[in-house]
Design a protein around this ligand. Structure first.
Ligand code: DUC
Ligand code: ZN
Ligand code: ZN
Length: 465
């Protein structure tokens, strides 16, 4: 059986830090301790922090997005290679249910697309766009078959579902151990504000942000939480960006509701200044929903991470090329495909801005990027931990290494990066997936299609952080 011995590193987990070796055998962690021996491959990890591999539960690879259905620029090969170089060993992407389609058919279609290409392990949330009795009756089977999470859009054209359907879905999830993962923006308000901007001739990219202000997000976040409480269902709020939405999550948790939430690096390091109209169409590079916010919101998100009221940081990687995809909306912001690349920069940015700047501890970093995502989405303890029996998914961090973000160094199939020029301190330098090195020193060494579907269990209040 193949072995890999990782010797002399400092292990960092959600629980703490210690000096220890890790022996991987047949893809799983077989031993953790001092002075381990192996006849197989040995990697010297001295001077490095060895952590559970990153888990990114919010990626959109080869995914049509928005009114115009523009497909994201990364497929499951380029996207998962980029993820591996960013220290990520598992992604959870999305499978979009077409109108009239069963959830099982949407799942099977997506599996066919992923299997030949992925280089790390994967799963997905089925995006439910068409709720009816037959669909809610499928929820239990999907959970049992390892697909326990369901994405809903409270806005976004024909992808959105209404409150009536959300209640039905929450009830089905509550009954069967599923988790609803909600994109929260008030659809009526967004539609109204977009129309108002367009009718005034406010059509440039910078107006994207003012068509989706914080109130739009906060209202829908509170509504989703309240409906989940009504249905007795746990809920995960996607990409929290604003102080009031974060407060709704914190208040709900304080009263005992089973609510968890994520934010993303872009909302922690960028702010509304990226939407300066003077920048013209360059602004399109930063068009995502929800948009970046004013500084007090950014500060509130860091406070929420420190306080524990936001439990995970995902990328919402939705990459579009600037040259021929984003620029389609230079004169009409509603034609700009929404989303940013971020799968490869998530860990280095959170490490640099969080750990290196003293805002969060190394263990909290692991919790936010690996252990909590695993707990929330039914992957734990096989993923997100360094316990014996877990998959040997690890990332080595050099906490002193420095770099500057440069899109040309990255592996995503896009022509820009929203964090271009940002100074980083603390970098992932080697990534191991099930005992195999999948990224090191800029050199892709992996076999296309080696990724496997990650096993997932059902979700309950007890499993949520
Ligand atoms: N928001 C984005 O900006 N892109 C992908 C989907 C989403 O919710
Ligand atoms: Zn979203
Ligand atoms: Zn998204």
């Amino acid at each position: 059986m193949s072995e890999l011995l990782i010797r002399g590193g400092t292990l960092v987990t959600a629980e703490g830090r210690r000096e220890a070796d890790v022996l991987a055998r047949a893809g799983r962690i077989a031993e953790v301790g001092r002075d381990l021996r192996s006849s197989g491959r040995v990697i010297d990890a001295a001077g490095h922090w060895v952590m559970p591999g990153g888990i990114d539960t919010h990626t959109h690879l080869a995914h049509p997005i928005g009114r115009l259905g523009v497909r994201t620029a990364d497929d499951f090969h380029t996207g998962t290679v980029a993820a591996a170089f960013g220290g990520v060993t598992t992604i959870l992407d999305f499978a979009l249910q077409a109108k009239g389609e069963s959830l099982a058919a949407a799942r099977d279609r997506r599996l066919e697309e992923i299997r030949p290409d992925a280089v790390i392990d994967y799963g997905f949330h089925v995006i439910v766009t068409d709720v009816n009795g037959a669909v809610t009756a499928e929820v239990g089977d999907l959970v049992t078959e390892g697909f326990p999470s369901f994405k809903v859009y409270m806005t976004y054209g024909d992808k959105k579902i209404g409150d009536d359907d959300l209640i039905l879905l929450l009830e089905a999830a509550a009954e069967h151990g599923g988790l609803i993962y909600a994109h929260c923006e008030n659809d009526c308000a967004v539609t109204h504000l977009i129309e108002r901007h367009l009718s005034r001739g406010d059509t440039g990219p910078a107006f994207h942000a003012t068509s989706r202000p914080p109130e739009v997000e906060a209202e829908a976040t509170n509504r989703a939480i309240m409906l989940a409480e009504l249905a007795g269902a746990p809920i995960c709020i996607a990409h929290v960006t604003s102080a009031v939405a974060a407060r709704h999550v914190a208040d709900a948790r304080a009263r005992g509701a089973h609510v968890v939430a994520e934010t993303c690096p872009q909302y922690l390091v960028l702010d509304e200044s990226v939407y300066d109209p003077a920048a013209g169409c360059e602004v399109a590079k930063f068009v995502c929903s929800p948009p970046m916010r004013a500084r007090p919101h950014v500060d509130a998100l860091w406070d929420a991470l420190a306080a524990g009221s936001i439990q995970q940081v995902s990328s919402d990687h939705a990459p579009f090329r600037f040259a021929d995809q984003k620029t389609g909306g230079c004169d009409d912001f509603t034609r700009i495909p929404n989303g940013l690349p971020g799968i490869e920069t998530r860990l280095p940015i959170l490490f640099s801005e969080g750990v290196s700047k003293g805002r969060i501890s190394p263990s909290r970093f692991v919790e936010l990027t690996s252990t909590n995502p695993a707990r929330i989405f039914g992957l734990y303890p096989r993923k997100g931990s360094l316990e014996v029996g877990a998959d040997a998914d690890l990332v080595f961090f050099d906490s002193e290494a420095e770099a500057v973000v440069d899109a040309t160094d990255l592996h995503s199939a896009v022509d820009y990066n929203p964090f271009e020029g940002m100074a980083l301190k603390g970098l992932p330098v080697l990534t191991v997936s099930r005992g195999e090195v999948v990224a090191r020193d800029g050199d892709p060494t992996v076999v296309r299609g080696r990724g496997r579907q990650a096993e997932r269990s059902s979700v309950s209040a007890a499993t949520l952080p």
